[in-house]
Design a protein around this ligand. Structure first.
Ligand code: GLY
Length: 557
């Protein structure tokens, strides 16, 4: 359906199978490259690296470092992320999620009464996990890279040293963030480093350039050992933080096996734990297939939004109970994505009435920022990379002497069972804080394959709404046959069990749909979410798009 077939929205199974066969005979190889990036600097860099003969992973590494310079609200060396790779017919998942420092403990964000201390895991020196980005890029380079490491880091060094012309949207974001910090009386070094950002003016970052040069010249040791590690640890100590040189030295990025599942004629290649996203999108897509009315459902109608919201309730009840760092907690991936389980799980969904939130329990028996980019090279290799410092501009802490922003990823742990994090997500034991543990994530870089050919690369920022942006991008491609531009700009929506019966959406649902949903008992929370970066492959022709409300740039060449 969709994506690679005729624009028929509502197909019977037999028509679908017939069309699938036609497609199978037409399976093709890609001869173009495409990038869908969150800003023009990373797009131009990625294109340049591919034109020099680098592969998709080389381009991704170079782009990641550039974003640390030009997209400070989310691009980073002080955060972490996930890189999903499909290369030469094989897949890999580089997990460079941050970890809790050795001195972290379960109750570190609670006061003497056991209540969560507001904002302690969001702003300031206590909010950060041990950064993973540099180790992640290093591991990806060692396993999959073809160009020299220094070649990949140099574009970022140049942009930090010589400066870049500030996009107005970035200048506005910085201004708003500084006002927010001032209002909250939080002084975390941010203003000192970023108040100089002005729209359309050149902005230079000499300390960051020096840090990047150490990384360029010494690889991951240029960050986790030696001068940079010393600067970070001393800075932490001076300000009462807990990340030490030992924490940095001990950080390791991991290569994990991606989740691969058949769905609707495709193989969905997606993110395993410590991401919650891969399991969540599979639950969402599979329950949608089970429950969608035989006659089909109109895109973004009240019926469509309601059905997917009902599924979301069940997805997020499971997420809160069963998902955490797989190195610390046994995550039942197969059980949660098993079709029999999902059949039983979706049985109670009514297509017309809202279920009672309090009755939706886990089902097994016994920021908002972040940024994503998608790349396909002309060999047909693909990278979906989502990276984050959590909320916009992370913890707001800039490491003095090293010039980069630290994450506030500790907020993605569950500070206390049942307490909501910044995204309104709740959790329990599976995601409680323990030293060296990775906090649960919603980042969901995902690739759709057919006959081992990459058909779609997708991903988004947006905290827990990432999951909805990703599964809806897939439905919009496959079920509704949209172009990349339509996919990224289509109105999306999200429901996550709590807050009760609240559907988050960005403006764009029709007045009719909104009125019907409100009549059913939903409250609508209209806010922007996501900055989707999508590439689709239609019969060998690549189509790439970046969401127009962001400052992204996509190129097919
Ligand atoms: N910090 C957002 C996420 O990882 O889900």
């Amino acid at each position: 359906m969709g994506l690679f077939f005729s624009p028929v929205k509502l197909l019977t199974k037999s028509v679908f199978l017939f069309q699938l066969c036609i497609f199978t005979l037409q399976a093709e190889q890609v001869s173009q490259s495409a990038v869908a990036m969150p800003d023009s600097f990373s797009a131009d860099t990625a294109k340049n690296i591919l034109e020099q003969g680098g592969n998709a992973v080389d381009a991704a590494i170079a782009a990641q470092f550039v974003l640390a310079v030009t997209l400070p609200e989310a691009g980073n060396i002080g955060g972490g992320g996930f890189m999903l790779i499909q290369k030469e017919g094989k897949s890999d998942f580089i997990d460079y999620r941050e970890t809790a420092p050795q001195a972290a403990h379960r109750d570190m964000y609670l006061d003497a009464q056991g209540d969560v201390i507001k904002n302690k895991s969001i702003y300031g020196i206590h909010a950060s996990g041990v950064p993973g980005s540099v180790a992640g890029m290093w591991l990806a380079h060692k396993k999959h890279g073809t160009l020299k490491w220094a070649t990949l880091v140099q574009p970022a060094v140049t942009l930090a040293e010589q400066g870049f012309k500030v996009p107005p949207k970035l200048a506005n974001g910085v201004e708003r963030y500084i006002a927010n910090l001032q209002k909250q009386k939080i002084n975390v070094n941010f203003e000192k480093y970023f108040a100089g950002i002005k729209a359309n003016k050149v902005f230079k970052q000499p300390e960051l350039a020096a840090t990047l040069k150490r990384i360029r010249d010494k690889g991951q040791d240029g960050f986790y050992k030696g001068e940079t590690a010393r600067i970070i640890a001393n800075f932490m100590q001076q300000h009462g933080g807990i990340i030490t040189q030992a924490d940095l030295k001990n950080y390791t990025a991991k290569s994990r096996i991606p989740i691969k599942a058949k769905w609707n004629g495709y193989e969905v290649l997606t993110s395993p734990p410590p991401s919650s996203g891969g399991i969540a999108i599979l639950q969402w897509l599979k329950m949608y297939e089970l429950k969608k009315p035989n006659m089909g459902v109109v895109h973004n109608s009240a019926q469509y939004v309601h059905l997917l919201a009902e599924i979301g309730k069940r997805v997020f009840a499971d997420r809160a109970e069963y998902l955490g760092d797989p190195d610390f907690f046994n995550v039942p991936v197969s059980a949660l994505t098993d079709i029999n389980y999902l059949e039983q799980r979706s049985e109670s969904i009514s297509l017309t009435a809202i279920s009672t939130t309090e009755n939706i329990k886990p089902g097994l028996k016994e920021s908002e920022q972040t940024t994503h980019f998608s790349i396909i090279d002309k060999m047909g290799n693909a990278v979906a990379n989502t990276t984050t410092i959590n909320l916009g501009f992370g913890s707001g802490v800039v490491v003095e002497g090293a010039g980069f922003i630290l994450n506030d990823e500790m907020d993605d742990f569950s500070a206390k069972p049942g307490a909501m994090n910044a995204f309104g997500a709740i959790g329990g034991k599976a995601n409680e804080i323990q030293p060296h543990k990775r906090m649960l994530s919603s980042m969901t870089p995902t690739i759709l394959l057919q006959n081992n050919t990459v058909k779609m690369v997708t991903g988004s920022p947006g905290g827990t709404t990432i999951i909805s942006s990703v599964y809806e991008s897939i439905l919009n491609a496959v079920e509704f046959n949209m172009s990349a531009a339509d996919i990224v700009n289509s109105t999306r929506f999200h429901h996550q069990l709590w807050p009760k019966n609240v559907i988050r959406t960005h403006a764009g649902l029709s007045e009719n749909t909104k009125a019907e949903l409100i009549k059913m008992g939903y409250t609508l929370d209209e806010r922007r979410f996501g900055d989707l970066q999508v590439i689709i492959n239609k019969n060998g022709q690549l189509d790439a798009a970046s969401e127009k409300s962001g400052r992204g740039k996509s190129i097919v060449f």
